[in-house]
Write a protein that binds this ligand. Structure first.
Ligand code: MRU
Length: 357
Protein backbone atom coordinates (compact mmCIF):
# COMPACT_ATOMS: atom_id res chain seq x y z
CA UNK A 1 0.00 0.00 0.00
CA UNK A 2 1.21 3.54 -0.76
CA UNK A 3 2.41 5.10 2.54
CA UNK A 4 0.88 8.57 2.15
CA UNK A 5 1.49 9.28 5.85
CA UNK A 6 2.43 7.21 8.85
CA UNK A 7 2.47 7.74 12.63
CA UNK A 8 5.93 6.74 13.94
CA UNK A 9 7.42 7.06 17.47
CA UNK A 10 9.72 9.80 16.09
CA UNK A 11 6.90 11.76 14.45
CA UNK A 12 4.56 11.70 11.43
CA UNK A 13 6.28 10.51 8.26
CA UNK A 14 4.92 11.95 5.01
CA UNK A 15 5.59 10.81 1.44
CA UNK A 16 6.69 14.08 -0.23
CA UNK A 17 4.11 14.58 -2.97
CA UNK A 18 5.91 17.64 -4.36
CA UNK A 19 8.71 15.34 -5.51
CA UNK A 20 6.59 12.61 -7.11
CA UNK A 21 6.70 10.82 -9.49
CA UNK A 22 10.44 11.20 -10.07
CA UNK A 23 11.53 10.93 -6.42
CA UNK A 24 10.04 8.89 -3.54
CA UNK A 25 11.29 10.80 -0.50
CA UNK A 26 9.82 11.31 2.94
CA UNK A 27 9.48 14.23 5.32
CA UNK A 28 9.41 13.46 9.05
CA UNK A 29 7.39 16.03 11.02
CA UNK A 30 8.34 15.90 14.69
CA UNK A 31 6.05 18.67 15.97
CA UNK A 32 2.75 20.40 15.16
CA UNK A 33 4.44 23.32 13.41
CA UNK A 34 6.19 20.96 11.00
CA UNK A 35 2.89 19.17 10.32
CA UNK A 36 1.34 22.56 9.53
CA UNK A 37 4.18 23.34 7.10
CA UNK A 38 3.76 19.93 5.42
CA UNK A 39 0.05 20.69 4.84
CA UNK A 40 0.60 24.31 3.69
CA UNK A 41 3.38 23.36 1.26
CA UNK A 42 1.29 20.45 -0.11
CA UNK A 43 3.87 17.82 0.80
CA UNK A 44 0.67 16.06 1.86
CA UNK A 45 -2.53 17.11 0.12
CA UNK A 46 -6.05 15.89 -0.64
CA UNK A 47 -8.92 16.59 1.77
CA UNK A 48 -9.06 13.28 3.70
CA UNK A 49 -5.26 13.07 4.04
CA UNK A 50 -5.18 16.71 5.20
CA UNK A 51 -7.87 15.90 7.80
CA UNK A 52 -6.00 12.97 9.34
CA UNK A 53 -2.70 14.89 9.13
CA UNK A 54 -4.26 17.77 11.09
CA UNK A 55 -5.54 15.32 13.70
CA UNK A 56 -2.03 13.85 13.98
CA UNK A 57 -0.63 17.40 14.22
CA UNK A 58 -2.91 18.09 17.18
CA UNK A 59 -2.02 14.73 18.76
CA UNK A 60 1.74 15.20 18.34
CA UNK A 61 1.47 18.70 19.85
CA UNK A 62 -0.35 17.37 22.92
CA UNK A 63 1.86 14.27 23.17
CA UNK A 64 5.08 16.28 23.00
CA UNK A 65 3.88 19.02 25.38
CA UNK A 66 5.88 19.67 28.55
CA UNK A 67 2.88 21.26 30.24
CA UNK A 68 2.31 20.00 33.78
CA UNK A 69 -1.10 21.58 34.34
CA UNK A 70 -4.33 21.27 32.38
CA UNK A 71 -4.63 25.06 32.19
CA UNK A 72 -1.22 25.32 30.55
CA UNK A 73 -1.95 22.42 28.20
CA UNK A 74 -5.35 23.83 27.27
CA UNK A 75 -3.68 27.09 26.27
CA UNK A 76 -1.21 25.17 24.10
CA UNK A 77 -4.02 23.17 22.45
CA UNK A 78 -5.55 26.45 21.29
CA UNK A 79 -2.22 27.40 19.67
CA UNK A 80 -1.90 23.99 17.95
CA UNK A 81 -5.43 24.33 16.56
CA UNK A 82 -4.92 27.91 15.33
CA UNK A 83 -1.61 27.07 13.64
CA UNK A 84 -3.06 24.06 11.81
CA UNK A 85 -6.32 25.84 10.92
CA UNK A 86 -4.39 28.62 9.15
CA UNK A 87 -2.73 26.26 6.65
CA UNK A 88 -5.38 25.88 3.92
CA UNK A 89 -9.01 27.21 3.94
CA UNK A 90 -11.06 25.10 1.51
CA UNK A 91 -10.86 21.42 2.54
CA UNK A 92 -13.30 21.17 5.47
CA UNK A 93 -11.61 17.92 6.56
CA UNK A 94 -8.80 20.06 7.99
CA UNK A 95 -11.17 21.62 10.52
CA UNK A 96 -12.91 18.28 11.11
CA UNK A 97 -9.55 16.68 11.98
CA UNK A 98 -8.61 19.50 14.36
CA UNK A 99 -12.04 19.38 16.06
CA UNK A 100 -11.99 15.58 16.48
CA UNK A 101 -8.88 15.81 18.68
CA UNK A 102 -9.73 19.15 20.34
CA UNK A 103 -13.20 17.88 21.35
CA UNK A 104 -11.71 14.69 22.77
CA UNK A 105 -9.10 16.73 24.63
CA UNK A 106 -11.75 19.10 26.04
CA UNK A 107 -14.00 16.26 27.21
CA UNK A 108 -11.07 14.54 28.99
CA UNK A 109 -9.73 17.77 30.48
CA UNK A 110 -13.20 18.64 31.76
CA UNK A 111 -13.08 15.40 33.76
CA UNK A 112 -9.59 16.31 35.10
CA UNK A 113 -8.15 13.26 33.39
CA UNK A 114 -4.41 12.92 34.19
CA UNK A 115 -2.27 14.38 31.39
CA UNK A 116 -0.46 11.10 30.52
CA UNK A 117 -3.87 9.47 29.94
CA UNK A 118 -4.99 12.37 27.78
CA UNK A 119 -1.81 12.07 25.71
CA UNK A 120 -2.31 8.39 24.98
CA UNK A 121 -6.02 8.89 24.29
CA UNK A 122 -5.52 11.60 21.66
CA UNK A 123 -2.70 9.68 19.97
CA UNK A 124 -4.89 6.58 19.86
CA UNK A 125 -7.79 8.56 18.37
CA UNK A 126 -5.60 10.13 15.65
CA UNK A 127 -4.27 6.71 14.70
CA UNK A 128 -7.82 5.30 14.70
CA UNK A 129 -8.88 8.08 12.29
CA UNK A 130 -6.17 6.82 9.93
CA UNK A 131 -7.72 3.33 9.89
CA UNK A 132 -11.26 4.73 9.64
CA UNK A 133 -10.25 6.76 6.59
CA UNK A 134 -9.05 3.67 4.73
CA UNK A 135 -12.21 1.76 5.75
CA UNK A 136 -14.39 4.63 4.50
CA UNK A 137 -12.58 4.57 1.14
CA UNK A 138 -13.22 0.84 0.81
CA UNK A 139 -16.90 1.40 1.70
CA UNK A 140 -17.18 4.13 -0.97
CA UNK A 141 -15.65 1.68 -3.41
CA UNK A 142 -18.23 -0.95 -2.50
CA UNK A 143 -21.12 1.51 -2.81
CA UNK A 144 -19.90 3.17 -6.01
CA UNK A 145 -18.36 0.39 -8.13
CA UNK A 146 -21.63 -0.58 -9.78
CA UNK A 147 -22.13 3.00 -11.02
CA UNK A 148 -19.08 2.78 -13.28
CA UNK A 149 -19.27 1.19 -16.75
CA UNK A 150 -18.71 -2.58 -16.98
CA UNK A 151 -16.32 -1.75 -19.81
CA UNK A 152 -15.17 1.75 -20.71
CA UNK A 153 -13.10 4.86 -20.04
CA UNK A 154 -13.44 6.97 -16.91
CA UNK A 155 -12.13 10.52 -16.69
CA UNK A 156 -10.84 11.90 -13.40
CA UNK A 157 -9.55 15.34 -12.41
CA UNK A 158 -6.80 16.07 -9.84
CA UNK A 159 -5.81 13.20 -7.54
CA UNK A 160 -8.45 11.63 -5.31
CA UNK A 161 -6.54 8.43 -4.73
CA UNK A 162 -4.46 6.70 -2.08
CA UNK A 163 -2.18 9.77 -2.07
CA UNK A 164 -5.11 12.04 -1.16
CA UNK A 165 -6.29 9.77 1.65
CA UNK A 166 -4.67 7.35 4.07
CA UNK A 167 -5.00 4.64 1.42
CA UNK A 168 -7.10 3.18 -1.43
CA UNK A 169 -8.63 6.56 -2.36
CA UNK A 170 -12.07 8.06 -2.85
CA UNK A 171 -12.69 8.51 -6.59
CA UNK A 172 -9.75 6.24 -7.46
CA UNK A 173 -10.97 3.86 -4.78
CA UNK A 174 -14.28 3.48 -6.64
CA UNK A 175 -12.31 2.77 -9.83
CA UNK A 176 -10.16 0.21 -7.95
CA UNK A 177 -13.27 -1.43 -6.47
CA UNK A 178 -14.95 -1.65 -9.89
CA UNK A 179 -11.87 -3.28 -11.39
CA UNK A 180 -11.70 -5.69 -8.40
CA UNK A 181 -15.30 -6.63 -9.33
CA UNK A 182 -14.35 -7.41 -12.93
CA UNK A 183 -15.08 -4.13 -14.69
CA UNK A 184 -12.77 -3.42 -17.66
CA UNK A 185 -11.88 0.21 -17.03
CA UNK A 186 -9.13 2.46 -18.30
CA UNK A 187 -8.56 5.90 -16.86
CA UNK A 188 -8.01 9.30 -18.42
CA UNK A 189 -6.33 11.64 -15.93
CA UNK A 190 -6.53 15.41 -16.46
CA UNK A 191 -3.00 16.75 -15.86
CA UNK A 192 -4.59 19.34 -13.51
CA UNK A 193 -2.56 22.48 -13.89
CA UNK A 194 -0.89 24.19 -12.19
CA UNK A 195 0.18 21.67 -9.47
CA UNK A 196 -0.23 18.71 -11.89
CA UNK A 197 -1.84 16.29 -9.39
CA UNK A 198 -3.23 14.27 -12.30
CA UNK A 199 -0.09 14.06 -14.44
CA UNK A 200 2.23 13.43 -11.49
CA UNK A 201 0.21 11.69 -8.75
CA UNK A 202 -2.83 9.96 -10.31
CA UNK A 203 -0.75 8.53 -13.17
CA UNK A 204 1.94 7.36 -10.69
CA UNK A 205 -0.38 5.51 -8.31
CA UNK A 206 -2.60 3.94 -10.98
CA UNK A 207 0.40 2.68 -12.94
CA UNK A 208 1.70 1.11 -9.70
CA UNK A 209 -1.57 -0.90 -9.70
CA UNK A 210 -1.29 -1.70 -13.43
CA UNK A 211 -4.50 0.21 -14.13
CA UNK A 212 -4.37 1.43 -17.77
CA UNK A 213 -3.99 5.20 -17.55
CA UNK A 214 -3.43 8.08 -19.96
CA UNK A 215 -2.78 11.73 -19.10
CA UNK A 216 -4.35 14.57 -21.04
CA UNK A 217 -4.09 18.35 -20.81
CA UNK A 218 -7.07 19.87 -19.06
CA UNK A 219 -8.28 21.53 -22.27
CA UNK A 220 -8.59 18.21 -24.13
CA UNK A 221 -11.53 16.63 -22.28
CA UNK A 222 -14.19 18.37 -24.38
CA UNK A 223 -12.79 16.98 -27.61
CA UNK A 224 -12.53 13.42 -26.24
CA UNK A 225 -16.09 13.62 -24.87
CA UNK A 226 -17.35 14.75 -28.29
CA UNK A 227 -15.69 11.67 -29.80
CA UNK A 228 -17.48 9.36 -27.36
CA UNK A 229 -14.18 8.39 -25.70
CA UNK A 230 -15.42 8.94 -22.12
CA UNK A 231 -18.25 6.95 -20.47
CA UNK A 232 -18.14 8.43 -16.96
CA UNK A 233 -16.40 11.06 -14.84
CA UNK A 234 -15.48 10.59 -11.18
CA UNK A 235 -13.77 13.12 -8.91
CA UNK A 236 -13.22 13.79 -5.23
CA UNK A 237 -14.31 16.76 -3.12
CA UNK A 238 -12.84 19.23 -0.64
CA UNK A 239 -16.10 20.51 0.80
CA UNK A 240 -19.72 19.63 0.08
CA UNK A 241 -22.33 22.22 1.08
CA UNK A 242 -25.67 21.28 2.64
CA UNK A 243 -27.43 21.69 -0.75
CA UNK A 244 -25.00 19.39 -2.56
CA UNK A 245 -22.76 21.99 -4.21
CA UNK A 246 -19.23 20.58 -4.35
CA UNK A 247 -15.88 22.35 -4.05
CA UNK A 248 -13.01 20.47 -5.66
CA UNK A 249 -9.80 21.17 -7.57
CA UNK A 250 -9.93 24.08 -10.00
CA UNK A 251 -11.19 22.85 -13.34
CA UNK A 252 -13.73 20.41 -11.91
CA UNK A 253 -16.67 22.75 -12.62
CA UNK A 254 -15.63 22.99 -16.26
CA UNK A 255 -15.47 19.20 -16.56
CA UNK A 256 -18.94 18.93 -14.97
CA UNK A 257 -20.42 21.33 -17.54
CA UNK A 258 -18.84 19.34 -20.36
CA UNK A 259 -20.12 16.07 -18.93
CA UNK A 260 -23.68 17.43 -18.72
CA UNK A 261 -23.47 18.75 -22.29
CA UNK A 262 -22.36 15.30 -23.51
CA UNK A 263 -24.81 13.41 -21.25
CA UNK A 264 -21.97 11.66 -19.39
CA UNK A 265 -22.59 10.73 -15.72
CA UNK A 266 -20.59 12.88 -13.29
CA UNK A 267 -19.83 11.28 -9.91
CA UNK A 268 -18.27 12.69 -6.76
CA UNK A 269 -16.77 10.37 -4.13
CA UNK A 270 -16.10 11.77 -0.67
CA UNK A 271 -16.24 10.68 2.99
CA UNK A 272 -18.98 12.10 5.23
CA UNK A 273 -16.30 14.24 6.93
CA UNK A 274 -16.17 16.29 3.70
CA UNK A 275 -19.80 17.34 4.08
CA UNK A 276 -20.16 20.77 5.66
CA UNK A 277 -23.79 20.96 6.71
CA UNK A 278 -23.10 24.35 8.33
CA UNK A 279 -22.54 25.87 4.87
CA UNK A 280 -25.86 26.19 3.03
CA UNK A 281 -24.58 26.51 -0.57
CA UNK A 282 -21.34 26.59 -2.56
CA UNK A 283 -21.35 30.37 -2.33
CA UNK A 284 -20.24 30.05 1.28
CA UNK A 285 -17.16 27.89 0.59
CA UNK A 286 -13.84 29.76 0.94
CA UNK A 287 -11.65 29.29 -2.15
CA UNK A 288 -7.91 29.14 -1.54
CA UNK A 289 -5.77 31.47 -3.66
CA UNK A 290 -2.28 30.05 -4.06
CA UNK A 291 1.09 31.54 -4.98
CA UNK A 292 1.42 33.05 -8.48
CA UNK A 293 4.66 31.11 -9.01
CA UNK A 294 2.58 27.95 -9.39
CA UNK A 295 1.32 29.51 -12.65
CA UNK A 296 4.29 31.59 -13.80
CA UNK A 297 6.85 28.78 -13.38
CA UNK A 298 7.01 25.13 -14.41
CA UNK A 299 9.68 22.96 -12.79
CA UNK A 300 11.28 26.16 -11.50
CA UNK A 301 11.52 27.70 -15.00
CA UNK A 302 9.71 31.00 -15.59
CA UNK A 303 7.23 30.82 -18.48
CA UNK A 304 5.38 34.17 -18.33
CA UNK A 305 6.69 37.72 -18.92
CA UNK A 306 7.81 39.59 -15.79
CA UNK A 307 5.01 41.51 -14.05
CA UNK A 308 2.04 39.97 -15.88
CA UNK A 309 -1.11 39.58 -13.75
CA UNK A 310 -1.81 36.04 -12.48
CA UNK A 311 -4.97 34.27 -11.31
CA UNK A 312 -4.51 31.12 -9.18
CA UNK A 313 -7.66 29.98 -7.41
CA UNK A 314 -6.95 26.42 -6.24
CA UNK A 315 -10.57 25.20 -6.18
CA UNK A 316 -13.94 25.86 -7.79
CA UNK A 317 -17.54 24.97 -6.96
CA UNK A 318 -19.70 22.63 -9.04
CA UNK A 319 -23.40 23.29 -8.45
CA UNK A 320 -25.40 20.22 -7.36
CA UNK A 321 -27.44 20.21 -10.59
CA UNK A 322 -24.36 19.05 -12.52
CA UNK A 323 -23.74 16.06 -10.22
CA UNK A 324 -25.30 12.66 -11.00
CA UNK A 325 -24.51 11.23 -7.57
CA UNK A 326 -22.32 11.69 -4.49
CA UNK A 327 -20.75 8.42 -3.25
CA UNK A 328 -20.07 8.31 0.49
CA UNK A 329 -19.20 5.53 2.92
CA UNK A 330 -22.80 5.70 4.13
CA UNK A 331 -24.21 5.15 0.66
CA UNK A 332 -24.94 6.89 -2.62
CA UNK A 333 -26.83 10.20 -2.79
CA UNK A 334 -28.43 10.35 -6.25
CA UNK A 335 -29.30 13.81 -7.62
CA UNK A 336 -27.80 15.53 -4.56
CA UNK A 337 -29.95 18.23 -2.95
CA UNK A 338 -30.67 19.62 0.53
CA UNK A 339 -33.44 17.02 0.94
CA UNK A 340 -31.48 13.99 -0.29
CA UNK A 341 -28.47 14.91 1.88
CA UNK A 342 -30.66 15.45 4.95
CA UNK A 343 -32.29 12.06 4.29
CA UNK A 344 -28.87 10.35 4.20
CA UNK A 345 -27.74 12.31 7.27
CA UNK A 346 -30.81 11.09 9.16
CA UNK A 347 -30.35 7.43 8.36
CA UNK A 348 -27.42 5.23 9.44
CA UNK A 349 -26.59 3.35 6.23
CA UNK A 350 -26.06 -0.45 6.49
CA UNK A 351 -22.44 -1.73 6.18
CA UNK A 352 -21.83 -2.59 2.50
CA UNK A 353 -20.45 -6.02 1.55
CA UNK A 354 -16.68 -5.34 1.15
CA UNK A 355 -14.85 -7.19 -1.66
CA UNK A 356 -12.45 -9.86 -0.23
CA UNK A 357 -9.27 -9.06 -2.23
O1 MRU B 1 -4.89 21.09 -3.67
P1 MRU B 1 -5.12 19.64 -3.39
O2 MRU B 1 -4.19 18.73 -4.13
O3 MRU B 1 -5.17 19.33 -1.93
O4 MRU B 1 -6.60 19.35 -3.97
C1 MRU B 1 -7.09 18.05 -3.84
C2 MRU B 1 -8.40 17.87 -4.48
O5 MRU B 1 -9.04 18.76 -5.01
C3 MRU B 1 -9.00 16.48 -4.35
O6 MRU B 1 -9.78 16.17 -5.47
C4 MRU B 1 -9.86 16.43 -3.10
O7 MRU B 1 -9.13 16.90 -2.02
C5 MRU B 1 -10.37 15.05 -2.81
S1 MRU B 1 -9.13 14.03 -2.30
C6 MRU B 1 -9.82 12.53 -1.99
Amino acid sequence: MIPTLEWLPEGVNFLDQTKLPLEETYVLATDYKQVATVIRDMIVRGAPAIGVSAAMGMAIGIDRSAATSLDALTAEVAVFAKTLAETRPTAVNLFWGIDEIRNLYNSLAAKNTPIPQIKSAVVARARQMYDEDIAACKQMGAHGAALLPKEGTVLTHCNAGALATCGYGTALGVIRAAIERGHKIDVLADETRPFLQGARLTAWELMKDNIPTAVLCDNMAAHLMSKGRIQAVIVGADRIAANGDVANKIGTYGVAILAKEHKIPFYVAAPWSTLDLQTATGEGIPIEQRDAREVTHANGKQMTPDGVGIENPAFDVTPARYITAIITERGVIHSPSKQSIQAMDAQIAPEPELATT
